[in-house]
Design a protein around this ligand. Structure first.
Ligand code: DCP
Ligand code: MG
Length: 355
């Protein structure tokens, strides 16, 4: 039997901010765009549990949050802080796992089948993890423990903040039946809406549909996912990522800018730094992605995949700038990023190089 743990930090960005600014504690705190007295653009990234009492939620327009909670503290996200904190937390988690899969800045799956051997020991490990993260990082997390990733993730969400939820094989059905279909990883607002129109709201409802029906309605891969998930089945492994997935650089402007020369020069600089790392890694990339974050905190990424792998600086600069010119809106930019991925180890003959 497998024993899989999902660890998810509570109100992650907001908790990092509270730790750095103890004066925020106990007050509703919203991390995201500037509400500008109710006229701001952009969305809530996250908020602490005090703010959630007012109905504020992740991804909600900041104007709506401001209506719900005008007296809250509103701060812009400090991504370097969250990234550094996350990296230290993942290091802690790694010690306890046979295999660790980092699923986001604030969440990871741990395969503890061998090191725990039983749910009882797995719970003790979860308690140790919570204690160590609290002592070292002053942050709380919630943990789900079950026989696969799907149920472990649902379980970590079940008693937030701070809970440890164990769902054994025999308990899976009762645990998932009353949950909304949206709790299934991979089910977004569109699938949720479509299911709702079919009269399906809970996982119990979903389990009544045949595999054939689901595949007809949602296609092979989503149909199969829905069919298996409704039965608590998930065979996917916890996957350690050792190899480099992407290389890139980001820059936050001192002052938000719409000066196109300044933006293009920055892309050149970021491209140069990126290529330095690419050359060190001896890798060749096929895909180039730029990231644009506007002053109101909306973030977009745009990519282009080349026909052949390269490590060429000029190619990177040209494609990155072409992507920028094609997609930039007439708004001030807060952050810009250049990233390359889709690596291979072989270069194709130089004479074939093309964009
Ligand atoms: N996040 C975001 N936009 C979203 C959802 C999340 O920017 N729509 C960011 C902010 C969160 C972090 O990702 O702090 C982790 O996401 P979670 O969904 O785990 O949310 P939280 O950790 O904030 O809260 P919870 O206590 O519910 O886990
Ligand atoms: Mg979280």
């Amino acid at each position: 039997m497998r024993i899989i743990m999902h660890v998810d930090l509570d109100a992650f960005y907001a908790s990092c901010e509270e730790r750095e600014h103890p004066e925020y504690k106990g007050k509703p705190l919203i991390v995201g765009a500037d509400p500008k007295g109710g006229t701001g653009r952009g969305v809530v990234a996250t908020c602490n549990y005090e703010a959630r009492k007012y109905g504020v939620r992740s991804a909600m327009p900041i104007t709506r949050a401001y209506k719900l909670c005008p007296n809250g503290i509103y701060v812009r996200p400090n991504f370097p802080l969250y990234e550094e904190t996350s990296a230290r937390i993942m290091k802690i988690l790694r010690k306890y796992a046979d295999k660790l899969e980092i699923a986001g800045l604030d969440e990871a799956y741990l395969d503890v089948s061998r090191s725990a051997g039983s749910f009882k020991i797995a719970k003790e490990i979860a308690e140790k993890i919570k204690k160590e993260i609290l002592e070292k990082e002053k942050l709380t997390c919630s943990v789900g423990i079950s026989v696969n990733k799907l149920i472990a993730k649902m379980a970590s969400d079940f008693q937030k903040p701070g809970g440890i939820t164990i769902v054994t094989e025999n308990e899976i059905k009762d645990f998932i039946n009353p949950l909304g279909v949206r709790k299934i990883l991979g089910v977004g607002p569109k699938t949720e809406q479509k299911l709702k129109e079919m009269g399906i709201e809970t996982i119990k409802d979903l389990a009544k549909l045949s595999k054939k029906q689901l595949i007809e309605e949602f296609g092979n891969s989503m149909g199969d996912l829905l069919y298996k998930s409704a039965r608590g089945i998930d065979e996917s492994e916890v996957i350690e990522e050792q190899e480099i997935k992407s290389i890139g650089r980001e820059y936050t402007f001192e002052k938000d800018t719409d000066n196109i020369d300044e933006i293009l020069n920055t892309i050149d600089k970021l491209s140069e730094e990126t290529i330095e790392d690419v050359l060190k890694s001896k890798l060749f990339f096929k895909t180039i992605t730029i990231k644009l974050r506007y002053h109101y905190f909306e973030t977009h990424t745009f990519s282009k995949t080349l026909d052949i792998p390269t490590n060429d600086l000029e190619t990177l600069k040209i494609v990155a700038k072409e992507l920028l010119r094609k997609h930039i809106k007439d708004e001030k930019i807060r952050l810009i990023g250049v990233r390359v991925h889709n690596f291979s180890e072989k270069e194709v003959q130089k004479s074939l190089k093309m964009i």
